[in-house]
Write a protein that binds this ligand. Sequence first.
Ligand code: ADP
Ligand code: MG
Length: 215
Amino acid sequence: MTDITESSFLHLDLPPAQLKNLQQLGYHHMTPIQEQALPIALGGHDLIAQAKTGSGKTAAFGLALLNRLQVSELSVQALVVCPTRELSNQVAEELRRLARFQANIKIVVVSGGVPMRPQVASLENGAHIVVGTPGRLNDHIDKGNLSLANINTLVLDEADRMLEMGFKEQMLELLKDAPHQRQTMLFSATFPDDIEYISRRFQKNPMQVTVEAHH
Ligand code: ADP
Ligand code: MG
């Protein structure tokens, strides 16, 4: 007997292999942010989401971008922008877990504070998903190591923290560089004016979700 509760991933339009993977990861129920954001994200809509650290944001955007990835086409199709190297690594780790069931998905991290050269080598080998910090991402774009031409999903993770760290101009550069035809998902714990501005300027009819802290 199967009991499909409201918050089960089984309600989502995901491939059986992914549902099995989630079960194996012990993800039996969606977190509140996943419950609200995933139907929107999987539907391809722009999203602005208020959610804190530890709420399960990565799967909220990760399942959507993984679901539309063309693995046979080795080009960068999704860009996830994070405030720090540590957060970039955490997001990449979680994306790799979520991508476990699907072989050969290449996820490359390019964050600041570490040498450029190994990152250049990784990018040259090809990537489907690039995760990184704003300054370093722009460095690679400027040097011709990274192209956003095939991006269909752009995620700004912890956007308010990126603003606090002085990354506003760098974020705007990335948003301008990416193809117009794309899904933009913006996650932030707070909504200062600059976030409202970025959303108004760069998102198309974004759907907003808010999750109350419940820890
Ligand atoms: P955030 O980015 O919001 O800080 P993460 O996406 O890193 O949060 O997720 C936090 C932790 O919760 C991770 O260890 C992740 O593996 C786990 N997690 C995420 N979603 C679920 C779920 N639906 N069920 C169980 N664990 C989950
Ligand atoms: Mg995170």
